[in-house]
Write a new protein. Structure first.
Length: 149
């Protein structure tokens, strides 16, 4: 019973200064609606702020990913260029080497022994065929080095 009496006292305290019970319920409902409107506005602002923060975080991650992809592509291109330079240097060294087939093969001391002595020597390649082969290697390397569009 005391609980019921306390509730009645609270209601009387709220309605003090209001002339009719109808006005008291209307003003209480208006106050509650105003509080709900204020809370909804606060929640909407907080959600808008969180959405903006999420958008900014996603943009930062996209920018970081794009940067990392560009760095990886540049590193790959650098390695590719280094390999191509090494191949071109190697091709130039091969081009400067004397033709092995024009010189007589070195004779091993003590005569011919082992498996190589019994195997037939390979026929010498014509100089024109070797020149064409070296030219095709140089052309292939040059084509690889040109940037593609």
């Amino acid at each position: 019973m005391s609980n019921l009496a306390d509730q009645l006292e609270q209601m009387r305290a709220r309605t003090d200064g209001i002339s009719s019970p109808h006005e008291a319920s209307t003003d209480g409902l208006t106050a509650q609606l105003e509080q709900m409107r204020i809370r909804l506005n606060e929640v909407a602002k907080r959600e808008s702020y969180l959405a903006a923060e999420l958008n900014a975080a996603i943009r930062r991650m996209d920018d970081q990913l794009l940067h990392e992809v560009r760095v990886m592509a540049a590193e790959h291109e650098s390695r590719r260029a280094n390999i191509l330079d090494e191949l071109q240097t190697f091709a130039a060294q091969l081009d400067r080497m004397p033709d092995r087939h024009r010189q007589s093969p070195p004779v091993l001391a003590g005569g011919s022994r082992g498996l190589l002595a019994n195997s037939p020597s390979s026929p010498p390649r014509p100089s024109i065929q070797q020149d064409e082969r070296q030219k095709s290697i140089r052309d292939a390397l040059t084509r690889m080095h040109r940037p593609s569009h």
